[in-house]
Write a protein that binds this ligand. Structure first.
Ligand code: MRU
Length: 354
């Protein structure tokens, strides 16, 4: 399976997802600044994948701190300067993209471990602890994906055609994906007839990434223009929709790629189950509802241009929210590695994440 993130000889190496599927090229990030830029520029994308990358970004910062401050000895002044450096690096990484909570969750987790190690064993120990924690986050995600796949496949009936949106696959995670993990497991159990992948304007994660991943695995996939989703449901061709998530509020409202909310409304109209597959790290119980989730707005250029070529009249205004919020009341179930949460979501999410 394709690997979006690699840690090789002290360098973070990211598969450049902007140029897939036609070119397979890796980009090296030698420090946390380059890592933050790569996340912002969509070299790596998908909530768990940017979390894992952010974790390694902080490990790079801890390595830099060891080189910068290590020779002066672990005096209180050196430790304080190293901690300041790490906290600034963490803020830079977290600010790269605002919607997916996995990014701040992972960076803060590595930061906590690193700062504790700094106090106990100095700058060299902190660098080692940072790398170990980043690696754990990646390995845990692989395992979470596998369990999400198993838990989700139970919901898929034999002979199903499944629609998905954006890319919640191997390219977006450390393992085989969340939504695509469910599809991969259901395929392994001979339950999948067809996968409908929505193209996902404007970055075309569905067309470029999901279609590619599924074809590589030999899973039958049909690509749709985003605007065709409703008609395909009307034709009776969709048995379930499975998508990923970037942040899930305490009441079960889900932030995911723009267009997800539209699909959930269409599912309600057509009585099609609408499933969200996400690891527990995607829940943000500090937010009561999805209204509090910060939605990333990206450049107007992504809308008025197509593949770098202008398509709209010059000077036209555009609005480019990268994500939307699907109210929990439209979600049939949220599939996690700890089990599947059914409505009432608010109560059952709280019970699952104690
Ligand atoms: O802008 P992107 O490509 O990072 O958006 C990705 C999504 O919306 C995914 O559905 C989500 O992050 C879940 S990935 C397992």
């Amino acid at each position: 399976m394709v690997q979006a993130i690699k840690w090789e000889r002290g360098v973070l190496t990211l598969l450049d997802q902007r140029i897939l599927p036609h070119e397979v090229r890796y980009v090296s990030c030698a420090d946390h600044r380059q890592t933050a830029q790569a996340i912002k520029d969509m070299v790596v994308r998908g909530a768990p994948a940017i979390g894992i990358s952010g974790g390694y970004g902080l490990a790079l910062a801890a390595k830099e701190a060891a080189g910068k401050f290590g020779s002066a000895g672990d005096t209180p002044e050196v430790l304080a300067a190293a901690e300041r450096f790490l906290r600034e690096a963490a803020s830079l990484l977290v600010s790269a993209r605002p919607t997916a909570v996995n990014l701040s969750w992972a960076v803060e987790r590595v930061l906590d471990k690193t700062v504790s190690a700094l106090k106990l064993s100095g700058v060299a120990g902190a660098a080692q602890a940072a790398l170990e924690e980043a690696r754990s986050i990646e390995l845990e995600d692989v395992e979470a994906n596998r369990k999400i796949g198993e838990n989700g496949a139970v919901l898929i009936k034999p002979g199903s055609s499944i629609m998905t949106h954006c890319n919640a696959g191997a390219l977006a995670t450390g393992g085989w994906g969340t939504a695509l993990g469910v599809i991969r497991q259901a395929w392994a159990e001979n339950k999948v007839k067809m996968v409908y992948a929505n193209e996902t304007r404007p970055w075309l994660q569905g067309a470029r990434l999901t279609a590619w991943e599924l074809m590589e695995d030999g899973i039958p996939v049909t690509l749709l223009a985003d605007s065709a989703a409703g008609y395909v449901m009307f034709l009776g061709k969709v048995d379930a929709v499975v998508v990923g998530a970037d942040r899930i509020a305490a009441n079960g409202d889900v932030a995911n790629k723009i267009g997800t909310y539209t699909l959930a409304c269409l599912c309600k109209h057509h009585s099609i189950p609408f499933y969200v597959a996400a690891p527990v790290s995607t829940f943000d119980l500090s937010l009561a509802t999805g209204r509090e989730i910060q939605i990333e707005e990206r450049s107007e250029k992504e809308i008025v241009e197509f593949m770098g070529k202008p398509v709209a009249p010059q000077g036209v205004r555009a609005f480019n929210p990268s994500f939307d919020i699907t109210p929990g009341e439209l979600v049939s179930a949220i599939i996690t590695e700890k089990g599947t949460v059914f409505p009432p979501l608010e109560q059952n999410i709280a019970a699952m994440i104690k």
